[in-house]
Structure formats: structure tokens, C-alpha cells
Design a protein around this ligand. Sequence first.
Ligand code: PMP
Length: 316
Amino acid sequence: MKCSQGGNFSNGELQRFGNIELNPSAGVLNYGQGLFEGLKAYRKEDGNILLFRPEENALRMRQGAERMCMPAPTVDQFVEAVKETVLANKRWVPPPGKGSLYIRPLLMGSGAVLGLAPAPEYTFLIYVSPVGNYFKEGVAPINLIVEHELHRATPGGTGGVKTIGNYAAVLKAQSAAKAKGYSDVLYLDCVHKKYLEEVSSCNIFVVKGNVISTPAIKGTILPGITRKSIIDVARSQGFQVEERFVPVDELLDADEVFCTGTAVVVSPVGSITYKGKRVSYGVDGFGAVAQQLYSVLTRLQMGLIDDKMNWTVELS
Ligand code: PMP
């Protein structure tokens, strides 16, 4: 789908996957005017396919587009385009329990612009790929390191939207962490340097007794759709959930820590290294809380339990 600055997207068309042409002075290549989304399609036992809250991705893209001075598809256009793309690629949705089809909607300033300004033209496209587990650990606990020098977001910046530049900003710390054997990096706020923010591509939760705490949405973390869903699921399961500033020191005596995201679903954290000290959680598997929430969320996403929240969209 294409659209000019200030215009509206008209409905798009299906094309075979392949390279796309871009002008060397396209806004996305020069000034980072790009946003993406990520969602998954799961195959049910009866062969039908389930999407999980696609309208939330559409809304998040629209909010991000406003911050990045870009026009965006309407919620209906976005959801219809996702459905059409998934149905056209139905054969690539893995069988139940064997993974999912990852769906990547991408919005970019494709028009040519030399001086710094919003691009004159925009392209919205969607591509898909079958995926398994995000971390090489699979569903086993991951090991994080707290980053002290580098930050992924600043107050007033673009950390709260899913813009492409946010991911370039984390590559250095993430590559260094992986080279040392860690699964990923846990970022702190850049003002006080003591409050938890998030991991490179997922949100974080800290469990102490019946209370589950997670950093509040304040413009420097991505408002994850899995985060939002897990908060509702946890409350419905009787946990107290607090969205607030979470000091990094709380990691030291937490019972459990876990991450959430479309790609990682609910990933238990086995250890966090903080100022050279390694804090471990659990022994060899999920903590009980992460296990319980993982089980409810994945069964919902795969159509194995009643969807009382009306979160799934079924395609046949
Ligand atoms: N934080 C960041 C930086 C992310 O890239 C993601 C993945 N989209 C998340 C959190 C989790 O968001 P969601 O649950 O919507 O996938």
C-alpha cells in the first residue's frame, strides 16, 4: 500500500516475496522514518488459524506514526491486510505446537527527501515467516546482564514507539552481551540510572510473593501487547500487579523474574548479572508464576481454552 504525506492509504495488493526498490534518498534510509510491528498466527487443532489482538498492533503503529510524522493505515486496513497476508500464506503456518507464523508489518518513508523533512510518500507492507523459539535457550530460563553505560531510550525520545532506530541503538550492547554468553541486555533509565526499563525486545516483570511489578509506561519503554495481556491475565489469576518505577535493587531479592513479548511469549529469567554480581532465580525451569502465566497465555493464543477476553481472531 502507498500513500502521500497528508493522504490516506488505499487498499493494497498481494505480491510475491522479494526485493523492493527504494530511492537512495528515501526518508527511511536517510532519516530513519520507519516503524514496524510484530504479531503471530497460531494453527489450531481443527486447522483454523488464530491471530492475537491484531487491532492492538494497528493502534500502536498509528500512535508511533504520529510521533514519527508519518501517515498510517487505519485499524481496519491494517487488520484486513494482516488477515489477507496470512490467508495467502496459510501453508506456512506450522502445525499446532510446532511454532507459529511471525507477521511483520512495516511502514516507511519511501519517498525521496534530501533536506531533513518528513518523506513525501509512504509504503506499508507486510511479510511473514514461520518461527520457533526466539531465544536459543527455547523455553528454558534466559540470562540477562544489566547495562550501565548504554541506553535504548531517553525521556521525550522515541523509545515508546516501535521505530526502527531503537533497534539499531541496542545492537552494540546486545552483541557485546551475547559475545559474553548472555541471552540479552536489561536496560536502566538514563536519568537516575537505577530504574528498570526493558530488555532489547521484550518487557520485564519482577515477582515477589503475590505481587508482580513491572516498569510503568512513561515513554521510554515499548507498551508491549503481551505485557498488557499478561497484566490482565495475572490480575484475573489473583495476583496483585503494580506498574511503577522498579529500582534495579529489587532484582536482588525477587522470587522470580520473567520477560514478555510477541517473540519471546513469557520467558523465565534464570539469572541477572548486575554490577558484576550474578543473581539466580529458580533451578532448572520456569518459576511457578511465569509457568502459570505462560500456560494461560499460550493456551489462549492457540485456542486451547475459552477466549473470554475476546482477544483472538479466527481465520479459516
Ligand atoms: N519491548 C521492545 C523493545 C520490543 O521490541 C518488544 C517487541 N515488540 C516488546 C517490548 C514486547 O512487545 P509485544 O508484547 O507487543 O511484542
